[in-house]
Each structure stands twice: as C-alpha cells, then as structure tokens.
Write a protein that binds this ligand. Structure first.
Ligand SMILES: Nc1nc2c(ncn2[C@@H]2O[C@H](COP(=O)(O)OP(=O)(O)OP(=O)(O)O)[C@@H](O)[C@H]2O)c(=O)[nH]1
Ligand SMILES: [Mg+2]
Length: 321
C-alpha cells in the first residue's frame, strides 16, 4: 500500500534531516509523527518513528548526564586486534554490516538517522577479533559534535557508499568531511588514518555503479563490494580489513611444549622477535637470549635473532637467560 505522504510531511522530514541537535531532531520527529497520514501504508514508518523518538530522547538524556561528568560518547575504547570505524550517510547500510558480523545489537531500519550514538561490535576473523564500530550518519549540513574523535582514534576508516543511492553525492560528502578534518593518511598527513570504501547493497547494483564509484574516488582507496545478507562478501571485507590493518599474528611456544595456537599475539607488521618478547612481558624481554622460528621465511626451528622481523602465523620459541 503506498504511503501517500503529504507536503507537510516532507517539510517536517526536511527539518528533521537538517536538525543539528538531538533536541531539534526530537521536535522535528514529533512534527513528522503529527502530520504523517495514519493508515496501513505508513504503519512501518510510524513504528520506526516511535522507536527513533524514544532512542533520541534516551540519547539526549544520556548526553546531558554525560556532559555533566565530562563523558565523551565518541571516545570508543579499543577491543580486539584493530578498530574499524564506519562512516557514511543516513541509510547507507552501516548498522546492517555491524549487525551481520558482530555481536552488537544495532538497529537497522529503512529510515534515516536510525543510529545516533556509536555502537562498537566485535567480529571474528579466523582466530582474531576485530572491532567494527557503527556510527551515526553525517550529511552535507551536519555531523554530530565530537564525532571526529571517533575517527581520529581508530585504526581504519570504512567509508560506506550505498551503491543503490546517489554515489557522486555520497563520495563528495564523505571525502569533504574526511579532508576538512584532515583524517586521510597520505605523505602530507602521517597522522591521518588509512581509509577504504565499503560499497554497500551490492545486491541492488551492477558493475556500472562500481565503475562509477572507482572513477569518482580521487584517491586509490580499496573498494570492497558487500551485501549485508551475503556472508561470503562480508568475509572478503574482513580479509581486506585484516590486510589494511597491517598486523601479524604470532604464536608463542615454550621450549619442549607445543605452541599455543589458540591465542595469537597480534603485532604491527614489521615487529621483531624483541617486540614479541616485550608484548609478553617487559621485564622478561630483557632476559631474552635466543629464539627459534617456524614459519614462512625460515627453515623449521631456525634460530633467529632478536631483530628478526615476524611474519603472519610465525611460531616463535623464546629462550630466556
Ligand atoms: N538490499 C539491501 N538492503 C540493505 C543492505 N544493507 C542495508 N540495507 C537496508 O538499508 C536500510 C538502511 O540500513 P541501515 O544499516 O540501517 O543504514 P545506516 O547506514 O545504519 O543508517 P543510519 O543509522 O541512518 O545512519 C535498511 O532498510 C536495510 O535493510 C544490503 O546489503 N542490501
Ligand atoms: Mg545506523
């Protein structure tokens, strides 16, 4: 059944989209609820609005309390081997990703501004955990105050572009935001963050949209097309995330005992045997004498120096004095 929305409704929705504060959003949403035609065709929309309104009121309340205690909702404690923070316009599919691959309870809805606070979730990739953070959306006029903190402290930014929407507009808004805040890592901005593009709703698109996206990206960002219902595409995304995080997994082994293959140590690419020893125990590291390595670039059990650079999945046996 069609929704048959009225000009009054669209006016209120426009107000809502441009609202800069939770309080204003609440007022606009209440107006939308007042003027929306009340029949079966708008039942879902009205249910979404009610949920959204109560979430907004709760968040406004929390923010008020938080501010009293100097609490920053955009400071997201790190968990797992790396933190990926999503960026995108309303309805671009951010919550659907977090909801599909993590334990976090996110709200997915065919309604803009569904998410109004960051929600971190933890995804399993092979034998490690990767944190994926759902975020409130940004628009051409508005980004929540303080949102930039979440991007400044993360390890990787996942720019979500809805392939079924206006690709050029989304790319422009996301890149402007990132460039304005100097968030993109490059030779002139070593403090920036690595970014990649998650091309969402691939099920609603063809290669034409991907080609358009490629042409629009001024920087050579990696593009991973996904569909929130397709676990294979999400696994490919996690594999790309693992590579972009530039980390290695290393399994420690005590002499005469098998390696602990369950809990790898996660280190930055380029880390050495000495770095591994430090991450196990700083004081013990000073007593490190020799090490043996089983892995990609060595013979099994080869003696290696403290300065030996670790590869992903190396097994290292440490000998202390
Ligand atoms: N067909 C299809 N629909 C999707 C996909 N991912 C998300 N959607 C739909 O797109 C709408 C918006 O998804 P959300 O995940 O809530 O979008 P969001 O980016 O979190 O939106 P905000 O919270 O407003 O920023 C919902 O109706 C989803 O069901 C997808 O891969 N394919
Ligand atoms: Mg959302």
């Amino acid at each position: 059944m069609p929704a048959n929305l009225t000009p009054d409704y669209f006016k209120a929705e426009k107000w809502f989209k441009q609202a800069a504060t939770d309080e204003e959003k609440i007022l606009a949403l209440e107006e939308m609820m007042r003027v929306i035609p009340k029949h079966k065709g708008t039942e879902h929309m009205r249910a979404d609005m009610r949920k959204k309104l109560s979430a907004l009121k709760e968040s406004a309340e929390k923010k008020k309390k938080g501010l009293q205690h100097g609490f920053d909702i955009f400071h997201i404690p790190k968990a797992g081997a790396g933190q990926v923070v999503l960026l995108g316009l309303p309805n671009s599919g951010k919550s659907a990703i977090v909801s599909s691959i993590t334990n976090a309870k996110t709200q997915v809805a065919d309604f803009p501004f569904t998410t109004n606070a960051p929600i971190p979730g933890v995804a399993q990739f092979e034998d490690i955990k990767i944190e994926i953070v759902d975020m409130p959306p940004i628009t051409v006029e508005f980004a929540p105050a303080g949102i930039v903190n979440a991007y400044r402290n993360c390890d990787l930014i996942g720019i979500c572009i809805d392939l079924s929407g206006d690709i050029a507009e989304q790319v422009k808004i996301c890149l402007n935001f990132l460039e304005e805040k100097r968030l993109i890592a490059d030779e002139n901005n070593p403090l920036g963050k690595k970014c990649f593009v998650i091309a969402t709703k691939a099920d609603l698109s063809t290669t034409e949209q991907i080609d358009e996206l490629k042409k629009l990206l001024a920087k050579p960002f990696e593009i991973v097309p996904i569909c929130a219902d397709d676990s294979d595409s999400l696994e490919i995304m996690l594999t790309a995330i693992f590579r972009l995080l530039e980390i290695v997994r290393v399994y420690a082994k005590k002499p005469g005992e098998p390696a602990d293959m369950k809990e790898p140590f996660v280190l930055h690419k380029g880390a050495t045997v000495a770095d591994l020893a430090i991450s196990i125990h700083r004081e013990l590291a000073e007593k490190l004498k020799t090490a043996r390595c089983w892995g990609r670039n060595v013979h099994d059990g080869q003696n290696v120096h403290k300065t030996h650079i670790l590869c992903d999945k190396d097994i290292i046996e440490l000998h202390f004095a």
